[in-house]
Design a protein around this ligand. Structure first.
Ligand code: NAD
Length: 700
């Protein structure tokens, strides 16, 4: 046994062992061998040992367990550089190393993992392995040489594509690109050691840092800059990535390497990266429900029933069919059933035309869908989701019937957007089996699923709902019963504020522009026109009637009363042509002006800053009330809801994180200035100098 073999420098992180003249460094930092503190120290010690020992001819670096280094340790992001694991130092040492080094890749080599591998002389991989630089997804950039080395291996164009999408590639493609030197069949370590042995005498050692960049013409970078205006509008890190890739093409390695370090810190310390990292963690947290864990029994969903083949029912059915779960879909009339099935088929055929599925897939999915006019056919379904008209009497009637039809243990779910799930459950003899599953339109596209926990919903049904969300590729968030649950309840306040802004003097297009500038694809009026103005109109009329109040008569109600219902009538707040782009309408501008005159309102100039604050803070204020009432478990859950259900840009982190970034004291001061009363929780956190993020943490 040599001294290197006997010495275990960081046994918990990097283990040294020998196979003849090859030193093997095995990184053991389960579950994904993230580049945490301890890993760089272990690797450096291993390299020192290899340098000091003449009998070592080459080094293999491999991951223990199921993967190579799958990335940086995200928990260490945002720490001062001195305290962060020294990935750059480790890679510098590798780059200057005098003996061949071989990265042996299985699982994934992502981010810092791929940067580490590119610091080695060679890379070998199993064919299932994947490599990539996903940093852009967290609002940062490869900060340990990735922006400088990847273009030197795969060329400027491909490197930009990989770094800007953040998507990994498979080992086979990586080999074609020269990023992987050899694909190992069979045992990776044995293959890597054999490769190291056969390259032990190779000199000069190949160093990526000494190569040039292929295809780095000015046009390639100009095109990339144009491209990110569309794909990453308003985002910092993609433009820094393009700048750095351009440096790789035009400057010596050392210059780009040094510049990258500063730009990495700039990106990491930006609110955008904080927002994206917040959502990364919030999405994982959202899956946790206090009191419910892995031991909570769940039911496997092998078949589904859906009642109503309208807009929502059809989209919901597609989610199940896509996941290979057969669906029975019920309507009251044959023509409605035919129409519903026709829409599903057309959607699938469109997807096939775009090449995302085959025509065979279309037929296979359609064959798993059983249409019927008889609710009795739902007797064997493991879950039944009702998606009929938003009317309590109709829903109660259906749940009463379902109670007599569904097998014991079946989950009975409603897709209601506003109605009381407790009241719906009350008509059954098994309220513990009733839950709300609030999908968002278009239900086959939108990733959010609000999972509504009613008073008597059992833990097992709730846990099954969460597991189901994952299975059908949705992001499930648990919410409590209240009018509109979390998302729609907040969006109603936001809509109110938007209408008030116009009443006071803003143009609808300026209000929408404020939200577009924040990164939302649609502002409140663009969204209203898309969803249908008649829906909000009907709700307002109904609520006023129930409350014994006079008929609502806002400017928006007057617009609806002219017959303009939004995109579906090609006219709403805006006009719509063939291109479906909103255009202001002179008559509506006049209608609004007349409305103000009639109400004695003198219009005033409203700046974008005021519009942005009033709209976003109306969301935040309602969100704070929702937290106090326990309708949402965490501020992070609200942010996840807004990102996946309402197009709030992930790089802003969602409305609650956005408020934290602004500082809750200033949010409260602004709300008061604009005549709103801050919710008690918001006021309290502002007084204490707290944040919603801190409140989530304290709650545990
Ligand atoms: P829709 O009018 O498009 O579809 C409802 C369908 O239910 C119709 O085809 C109707 O024929 C059918 N139906 C009515 N009574 C029935 C019965 N007794 N048995 C079988 N079928 C019956 O409505 P939608 O937009 O799909 O909305 C359905 C539900 O989803 C509502 O509760 C709504 O609030 C909710 N929702 C809608 C949206 C949205 O954006 N449209 C979003 C989330 C939730």
């Amino acid at each position: 046994m040599t001294s290197a073999q006997a010495e275990m420098v960081h046994p918990e992180m990097v283990q040294q062992s020998r196979d003849g003249e090859i030193l093997i460094l095995t990184i053991n930092n389960p579950p994904v061998n993230a580049f945490s503190p301890g890993v760089p120290e272990g690797l450096k010690a291993g390299l020192d040992a290899a340098a000091a020992d003449d009998s070592v001819k080459a080094v293999v670096i491999i991951g223990g367990g199921r993967t190579f280094v799958a990335g940086a340790d995200i928990k260490t992001f945002g720490r001062p550089r001195e305290e962060a694991p020294d990935l750059r130092g480790t890679i510098e040492k590798l780059d200057a190393f005098g003996k061949p080094t071989v990265a042996a890749i299985h699982g994934t080599a992502l981010g810092g993992g791929l940067e580490l591998a590119m610091g080695c002389s060679y890379r070998v991989a199993v064919k299932e392995a994947q490599v990539g630089l996903p940093e852009v997804k967290l609002g940062v950039l490869p900060g340990a040489g990735g922006t400088q080395r990847l273009p030197r291996v795969v060329g400027a164009q491909k490197a930009l594509e990989m770094m800007l999408s953040g998507n990994p590639i498979k080992a086979g493609e990586a080999q074609k690109l020269g990023l992987v030197d050899e694909i190992v069949d069979g045992d990776l370590l044995a293959g890597a050691v054999a490769f190291a042995r056969s390259h032990a005498d190779a000199r000069p050692l190949p160093r990526i840092s000494e190569k040039g960049v292929d295809g780095g013409s000015p046009e390639v970078f100009a095109t990339a800059r144009e491209g990110i205006k569309k794909t990453h509008r308003g985002q910092l890190s993609p433009s820094l990535i393009v700048d750095l890739a351009e440096m790789a093409a035009n400057k010596p390695f050392a210059e780009g390497w040094n510049a990258e370090s500063g730009k990495f810190l700039e990106a990491m310390n930006s609110p955008q990266s904080r927002g994206l990292r917040h959502i990364f963690f919030a999405e994982r947290e959202a899956g946790k429900i206090p009191g419910i864990d892995k031991s909570t029994p769940t039911t496997e969903i092998k078949s589904a029933g859906i009642i109503g083949a309208g807009t929502m029912g059809g989209g919901i059915a597609m989610n199940f069919l896509n996941a290979g779960i057969p669906v029975t879909i019920v309507e009251t009339q044959q023509d409605a059933l035919d129409r519903g099935l026709g829409v599903i088929r057309k959607n699938y055929e469109n997807t096939a035309r775009k090449g995302r599925i085959s025509m065979e897939d279309v037929e296979k999915r359609m064959s798993m869908l059983t249409p019927t006019l008889d609710m009795g056919d739902l007797k064997d379904a493991d879950i039944i989701i009702e998606a009929v008209f938003e009317n309590m009497d109709v829903k109660k009637d259906i749940f009463t019937k379902l109670d007599g039809i569904a097998k014991q243990g079946a989950i009975l779910a409603s897709n209601t957007s506003t109605l009381d799930v407790n009241e719906i459950a009350s008509v059954t003899k098994r309220p513990e089996s009733v839950i709300g599953l609030h999908f968002f339109s278009p239900a086959n596209v939108m990733k959010l699923l609000e999972i509504v926990r009613a008073d008597k919903t059992s833990d097992s049904v709730l846990a099954t709902g969460m597991a189901l969300a994952k299975k059908i590729k949705k992001v499930g968030v648990v919410v409590g019963v209240c009018d509109g649950f979390v998302g729609n309840r907040m969006v109603h306040r936001y809509g109110d504020e938007g209408r008030k802004l116009v009443e006071e003097g803003a143009n609808p297009q300026d209000v929408d522009a404020a939200m577009n500038a924040l990164g939302l694809p649609m502002g409140p009026f663009q969204m209203g026109d898309m969803a249908g103005l008649d829906i909000g109109y009907a709700i307002r009329q109904h609520q006023a009637k129930v409350a014994g109040q006079p008929k609502p008569d806002g400017w928006i109600d007057r617009i609806v009363e002219t017959g303009r219902k939004g995109q579906k009538t090609a006219a709403g707040v805006y006009d719509y042509g063939e291109d479906r782009k909103p255009r202001p309408n002179a008559e509506m501008t006049q209608l609004i002006a007349d409305y103000r005159t009639e109400k004695g309102i003198t219009p005033r100039e409203i700046g974008q800053d005021e519009a942005t604050k009033r709209l976003t803070y109306s969301l935040v204020n309602e969100g704070a009330k929702i937290l106090e009432e326990g309708i949402a478990q965490r501020a992070g859950d609200i942010d996840v809801i807004y990102i996946y259900g309402y197009g709030f840009p992930a790089y802003r982190g969602g409305p609650m994180q956005y408020a934290d970034e602004q500082g809750l004291k200033s949010v409260v001061a602004d709300l008061k200035q604009y005549g709103q009363t801050p919710a008690p929780l918001l006021q309290k956190l502002a007084d204490e100098g707290g944040t919603f993020g801190g409140w989530d943490k304290a709650k545990g």
